[in-house]
Design a protein around this ligand. Structure first.
Ligand code: SAM
Length: 217
């Protein structure tokens, strides 16, 4: 049986010039949205009140989730790139999502005190491409992809925050590629009693993309 697909947010306000500075939604973004749509019943069941997306880019993923869920939820978004935070807020407004805020910040800096143990949905499509280490750490468009060793520099800095942020029923969705060594990521979080599995995977051009889904064991 086929369900109607939930429409992707209206992002017609974003110009070609904006995409010089902000990551344009691509196969990875769409895979993450597909998983969220697939999981909508399980997500609705936990009655999420707070969602946090780290590295929101255009904001399209959080906006998709906000319009998919038919219940009130506060959407926090962070991005290291100021232009991405501005575009993310505009995407939410354009799609009439008002319970939201976008913060220019490194990972979850500035939000940890406020959101500790309260995040029901944690989302991240990180810079995952293996690159030379010196390409990591910009706050411009290169921050969208430059992942350093095994594409793991940003991912590995986020992992210790997951257990602190997630509410007891919280879910964490992480986009990654095979080169990121997903088994290792799952083993790392398991030491914090956070269990993971592959929620969906897809080949796209030269990338083998997957979304990992985690919850408290
Ligand atoms: C692959 S893009 C994903 C954008 C968007 N979530 C999507 O799926 O289309 C990665 C995003 O993470 C942001 N980013 C990179 N390093 C970051 C950091 N340390 N803290 C917060 N955001 C970061 C980048 O600026 C970029 O917007």
């Amino acid at each position: 049986m086929f369900r109607d697909m939930h429409p992707t947010p209206n992002i017609s306000h974003i110009t070609r010039e904006d995409y010089n500075d902000v990551y344009e939604p691509s196969e990875d973004s769409f895979l993450l949205m597909d998983v969220l749509e697939n999981d909508v019943q399980a997500i609705t069941k936990i009655r999420p009140m707070i969602c946090l997306e780290v590295g929101s880019g255009t904001g399209v993923v959080s906006c998709f989730l906000a319009t998919l869920l038919q219940q009130p939820c506060m959407f926090w978004m962070t991005d290291i790139n100021t232009k991405a935070s501005q575009v993310s807020m505009n995407t939410m407004r354009q799609n009439k999502v008002y319970m939201t805020d976008a913060i220019t910040s490194d990972l979850t800096t500035g939000l940890m005190d406020r959101l500790q143990g309260k995040v029901d949905l944690l989302l991240c499509n990180p810079p995952y491409v293996p690159t030379p280490l010196q390409e990591v750490g910009s706050n411009g468009i290169a921050a969208s992809w430059a992942g350093g060793n095994n594409g793991r520099e940003v991912i590995d800095r986020l992992l210790p925050a997951v257990n602190k942020l997630l509410s007891p029923q919280g879910l964490f969705y992480l986009l990654c590629v095979k080169e990121n060594k997903p088994d290792e990521i799952m083993a790392t979080l398991q030491t914090d009693n956070i269990s993971g599995c592959v929620a969906m995977q897809r080949r796209a051009h030269n990338e083998f993309l997957m979304v990992l889904r985690f919850n408290h064991s």
